[in-house]
Design a protein around this ligand. Structure first.
Ligand SMILES: CSCCC(=O)C(=O)COP(=O)(O)O
Ligand SMILES: [Mg+2]
Length: 233
């Protein structure tokens, strides 16, 4: 049976790791102090800074944020702040959301064929909407029926996937989760979801051999009986 829902990761799955690490993260790092100086008094930003204080009491929030950035920590306040900073870059054209060329045609074919689509990324919901809304393939946000971030839980925790299935109103077994990271697929599998590892050697990802694997989205479609894009290879 083909999956009713495809739940996709972003970095390493729809989008090059290099884009996230060499464009998105440096963009936020370079803008950090200036952004906080300009927007630190706004309620959304102040709430994030409050979360940073609570996470590391007594330390300067900027130093805490810089430490998290250096460690690529998937912590909710950092991810929320990065999303707010990237918003400016997408709005004025300095950022354009990278997608591998095979991704948008398949997402469109799957949605047109009645498959429900959702995103689960460590990037904040806002960051997810931005990357798909300002993507190299245009605005893909309308294709998705759900955007899940670390507020639902960590990507290596089984409970996060059960919560996502519950929010989507489907049984976990009806969901196919796509990711480049084996530990995330382990957690999704423990929750009862099917999984497929995207292995794109040109992006530096390696097969772990514990999960079904595909080199691109057309191969995912073939393996799991999803609608094929007319030009899918
Ligand atoms: C939403 S694009 C930025 C992705 C990001 O911030 C990140 O940490 C990557 O996480 P993912 O779960 O997509 O691998
Ligand atoms: Mg990933």
């Amino acid at each position: 049976m083909p999956p009713r829902v495809v739940l996709t990761d972003i970095e390493g799955t729809t989008t090059a790791i290099a884009f996230v690490k060499e464009e998105l993260f440096p963009f936020a790092a370079e803008a950090l102090e200036g952004f906080l100086a300009a927007h630190g008094g706004e309620p959304a930003v102040a709430a994030i800074l409050d979360e940073v204080w609570q996470a590391e009491p007594g330390r300067e929030p900027v130093a805490v944020l810089r430490g998290w950035m250096a460690a690529d920590a998937k912590v909710t306040p950092l991810k929320a702040l990065q999303g707010l900073i990237w918003r400016q870059g997408y709005a004025d054209g300095r950022l354009k959301g990278h997608l591998w060329p095979d991704v948008a045609p398949c997402l469109q074919a799957w949605a047109a064929g009645g498959v429900r689509l959702a995103v689960y990324s460590s990037g904040s919901e806002e960051a997810q909407r931005l990357i798909f809304g300002h993507s190299v393939a245009g605005d893909l946000v309308p294709l998705f029926g759900g955007f899940f971030d670390t507020r639902v839980g960590g990507k290596r925790e089984r409970a996060s996937y059960n919560a996502i299935a519950g929010a989507l109103g489907v049984a976990p077994g009806e969901v196919l989760f796509l990711s480049d990271v084996a530990e995330e697929l382990d957690a999704a599998g423990a929750a009862g979801m099917r999984g497929c590892q995207l292995v794109r050697p040109e992006d530096g990802t390696l097969a772990d051999r514990r999960h079904p694997e595909a080199r691109d989205f057309p191969e995912v479609a073939r393996r799991f009986g999803l609608p094929a894009h007319s030009q899918a290879g």
